[in-house]
Design a protein around this ligand. Sequence first.
Ligand code: THU
Length: 147
Amino acid sequence: MAADPTIPFDPESLFEMARRQVDHARAPYSRFRVGAALWSDSQIFAGCNVENASYGLTICAERGAVMNWAAAGSPGVPQAIAIVAQDEAGQWVQAMPCGACRQVLSELPGSSDLQVWIGNPQQGESVPLSELLPRAFGPEHLSVRED
Ligand code: THU
């Protein structure tokens, strides 16, 4: 049976999945471990940061989650993404999505309504992506119609 896209997401389970991803992070250089979980089509798509000795090749957790969603066939319209991080000492710290991730998130379907949950697994708040990246560069500037 197809998943019901009307099922509202539960921030707690989204944060829980993001938290688990922190344990999967590959961050030997920064030791800043990030987990992200994207809610779409009543499913959760997770990601963690994966660093590289060629530092610029590092992939952030948020983009990992987006890739997992795409690899599953881009189901549904993403409603929310939760992002959590731990510093080198293992303390929960707030991670705001970087500019590159905001840009990637902005090209998801329905991105103007995407809720970005930040904070730690105990205490999160949500900010609309449109507030984090107003007046984004997008396909309309290339005269490209979205699929
Ligand atoms: N990082 C993320 O995974 N997401 C963000 O939005 C901010 C930064 C990662 C990249 C790098 O592995 C580490 O955090 C320190 O910048």
